[in-house]
Design a protein around this ligand. Structure first.
Ligand code: GLO
Ligand code: MG
Length: 344
């Protein structure tokens, strides 16, 4: 039964451990090597940034980009893997310093849209329709540096340009309230769906919800997921965990708040997410202190916790819950949930 979920992660989730205060602590793992790990660890889907699939794409022609992405598709086929989505990595280029779609410089805004079109070419070559937009630097460090009304207009224009470039793609916006920016535009999934409704094709704009991002916005990730699910707009998730309002930690799923993780799984189960064919994505990072040889275990841990929590949701004594609700005895329900989670 629990096998009915499909799992994915991105190559960036196996990483060298650099942080803003120190350099790398582990050697790089080659992309082909990472691909070999997917099936071994129980994963079927690969999440891509455009330049994960086609490094240095800025120096290549559209035809060369498509050719290189087609070669990656062959590698995926060879490993029995599929591409889940592609996301444009606009935040590492000098042209994206001031934001990309919302940069004050019109040339930078044009660059962002052009690069997004190449990203869509990569989607097509990899055989996926799903685009993910994490709007990393779309926002400000200083409020007065942008006209926020213009910024939201630029975001709609960029979404429209992508939707019009390709009639098949679907765009899942991955909201995040801060980091790297002080304040980011589109901080929650409510904002994401609302801006989707201003585009030329709202039914092709949905959301990807990351646990940590919802927590950083002071929201409950399971309710954020329920909101998107109720609109048929939860097109992927980035499950992880977060120990309070700090930097975006990307801890293993359930590592900081097991009950919160349980509730996220419960919502996915209530919505029968596993029937949609959508992936359960894990956006988790190895601890910097983790040795190189075991720096993939955060993925194994997160998947195992997810599957264990599916069992917990499915085996919860619903009759007890029903009685507690009838009696309006929510303390009894609290204890029943905690006892169920703690086990024998
Ligand atoms: C960072 C985001 C980032 C995205 C990824 C895919 O906070 O979670 O990892 O998920 O770039 O767009
Ligand atoms: Mg993420």
């Amino acid at each position: 039964m629990v096998g009915s979920y499909r799992f994915s992660f991105g190559p960036w989730n196996i990483h060298e451990g650099a942080d803003p205060f120190g350099p790398t602590v582990r050697p790089s793992v080659a992309f082909a090597q990472k691909l070999k790990l997917y099936k071994q660890l129980g994963f079927d889907g690969v999440q891509f940034h455009d330049d994960d699939a086609v490094p240095e794409l800025e120096n290549l022609s559209p035809a060369e980009i498509t050719k290189k992405a087609s070669d990656v598709k062959k590698m995926l086929d060879g490993e029995g893997l599929v591409a889940e989505f592609v996301a444009p990595r606009l935040w590492e280029s000098p042209k994206g310093i001031d934001g990309a779609y919302t940069a004050n410089d019109p040339q930078c805004r044009r660059w962002a849209v052009e690069r997004s079109k190449r990203m869509i070419d990569i989607c097509n070559a990899l055989g996926t329709r799903l685009v993910v937009l994490w709007l990393a630097r779309e926002g400000t460090y200083i409020r007065e540096s942008k006209n926020p009304l213009d910024s939201h207009k630029y975001l709609v224009e960029a979404l429209n340009a992508m939707l019009q470039y390709d009639a098949q793609i679907e765009i899942a916006i991955e909201p995040k309230p801060n980091e790297p920016m002080d304040h980011a535009y589109i901080p929650t999934v409510g904002h994401a769906l609302a801006i989707g409704h201003q585009t030329v094709d709202p039914k092709r704009v949905g959301g990807l919800i990351e646990t940590a991002h919802a927590l950083l916005a002071g929201l409950d990730p399971s309710d954020e997921m329920a909101f998107a699910l109720s609109a048929g707009k939860l097109w992927s998730v980035h499950l992880n965990d977060q120990n309070g309002l700090k930097f975006d930690q990307d801890k293993s799923f359930g590592a900081a708040n097991l009950r919160g993780a349980y509730n996220q799984v419960r919502v996915l189960e209530l919505a029968k997410y596993y029937e949609t064919g959508r992936f359960v994505g894990l956006d988790v990072k190895a601890m910097r202190s983790q040795k190189a040889e075991v720096a993939h275990k955060h993925l194994v841990t997160s998947r195992a916790v997810f599957l264990r929590l599916v069992e917990k949701v499915r085996s919860f004594p619903e009759g007890v819950a029903k009685q507690c609700i009838t009696d309006r005895d929510y303390e009894a329900l609290e204890l029943a949930v905690l006892e169920h989670l703690m086990g024998d």
